[in-house]
Design a protein around this ligand. Structure first.
Ligand SMILES: Cc1cc2nc3c(=O)[nH]c(=O)nc-3n(C[C@H](O)[C@H](O)[C@H](O)COP(=O)(O)OP(=O)(O)OC[C@H]3O[C@@H](n4cnc5c(N)ncnc54)[C@H](O)[C@@H]3O)c2cc1C
Length: 388
């Protein structure tokens, strides 16, 4: 199905095997604040590497998988079948970085990240600037051979495990005054402090603290690309991440469809399986149908990227993929809880966990409302025919 090549099927199979190995540990993680024993996590990282599931998006010459976009989707789809972010060990470092990184940055940041020796986090969003990234007020001011970075960043995912952060700020003074710039900041660094670590709906080991940067001194060699480039990286990264969000949503929905179908076949009410009840059948059928539609959309979008589609078309199609797959997965999770009845409200049940976990897929990497406005914008600028 879906016209996958032999190589596609092989990597999909390896990723599925890995996901199946992680699934038995979900409830333990759920009941333990998302954490597993350090050695167990180290084992998962090693296993993901051994199976070729890490840095699938990075070039082979840098030690990455050099996979096609479709293959990257196939891997992340399987990671999405697993709850509590246990599948995140199949990590994808920023693929836009090698093209702009200096030899120093390649050695210090890129290569160790691809090897799994370093881990990054992203400090972009602020209290007053999420959807509207241009609204950030964090600053970057040149001071001799250094820059001084200041600002308060929200929802900095994986700050607790990362050892460097991408920080986006607006330049103060100089030729590019008011434009965006991005920096890599080693963690810990003097002047970087956690304001607080709020609790979120999901239970995962990656925290999302609010982090304050107070006159953090970084050498100019940590500037990514050139002054004024910051926003272009964000857009490229958004395209990639939106595809991967869509892929993980397919995996979450697949897991739910399988689990609720099996439960509906087995659970009997008044002497017959609930799978024979019209109301339950409607929930199963709608879920399967929407999953098929979403998967077709996501795979075709990935193939378009592999064929080198126009970048604006890619941008809008990645938005469509994320919008539809995340909303589809949310509807499937809601139905799955309903099919499971009271069991579906128990934290030990996969439907309960995915119901909470999938909710954020409609928010991060651009909300559904933002995706709709990107799509509609391209429709009016380029005509609907370009997009589908
Ligand atoms: C768990 C989690 C992890 C995250 N991790 C990171 C991270 O690692 N690094 C990072 O930098 N950020 C991170 N984020 C931030 C995330 O990207 C933002 O939350 C998201 O982009 C939305 O921004 P906001 O929260 O400021 O919402 P707002 O922008 O305040 O939006 C509020 C509402 O207004 C709507 N809205 C806003 N603008 C428009 C518009 N133009 N048209 C129509 N409707 C609009 C939105 O859709 C939403 O419904 C994370 C968020 C969460 C929840």
């Amino acid at each position: 199905m879906y016209g996958l090549s032999e190589q596609d099927l092989q990597i999909q199979d390896r990723a599925r095997t890995f996901a199946d190995e992680l699934i038995p540990l979900e409830v333990q993680a759920e009941l333990n604040g998302g954490d597993l024993d350090k050695d167990v996590v180290a084992g998962h990282k090693a296993r993901a590497r051994e199976l070729g599931l890490v840095a699938t998006n990075m070039p082979r010459e840098l030690g990455g998988g050099g996979c096609t976009s479709l293959q990257q989707v196939l891997v992340q789809e399987q990671a999405g079948r697993v709850t509590n972010a246990l599948g995140w060990v199949a990590a994808t470092p920023p693929s836009w970085l090698p093209r702009v990184a200096t030899p120093y940055q390649l050695e210090k940041f890129v290569l160790p990240t691809v090897r799994g020796d370093r881990e990054e986090c992203y400090a972009i969003t602020e209290e007053g600037a999420g959807s509207d990234v241009d609204g950030i007020v964090a600053t970057a001011r040149r001071d001799g051979d250094d820059y001084l970075l200041s600002g308060e960043k929200w929802h900095v995912t994986s700050y607790n495990s990362a050892d460097y952060a991408f920080f986006q700020g607006k330049l103060v003074g100089g030729q590019h005054d008011g434009e965006h710039a991005m920096f890599m900041v080693d963690l810990p660094s003097p002047g970087v402090e956690v304001v607080r670590t709020p609790a979120y709906s999901h239970t995962i080991s990656h925290h999302h603290p609010i982090v304050r940067f107070i006159d953090v001194r970084v050498p100019a060699s940590h500037l990514v690309g050139a002054e004024g480039d910051g926003m272009s990286f964000a857009y490229e990264w958004f395209r990639f991440e939106r595809m991967m969000v869509a892929a993980r949503c397919l995996g979450g929905a697949q897991r739910l469809v399988e689990e609720m179908t099996a439960f509906a076949a087995e659970r009997e009410v008044q002497g017959r399986p609930i799978a024979q009840l019209g109301a339950i059948q409607a929930m199963l059928a709608d879920s399967m149908t929407e999953l098929f539609a979403a998967r077709s959309l996501v795979y075709e979008t990935a193939r378009g990227i592999d064929r080198g589609a126009d970048v604006k078309v890619q941008h809008a199609q990645c938005s469509m993929a994320k919008l539809y797959a995340s909303e589809m997965a949310g509807r499937v999770a809601d139905r799955a809880v309903q099919v499971f009845g009271g069991r579906g409200y128990m934290r030990e049940n996969v439907a309960e966990r995915l119901f909470r976990e999938l909710r954020v897929e409609r928010i991060w990497e651009g909300t559904s409302e933002v995706q709709r406005s990107i799509i509609a914008d391209q429709m009016t600028k380029r005509g609907p025919r370009c997009l589908a």
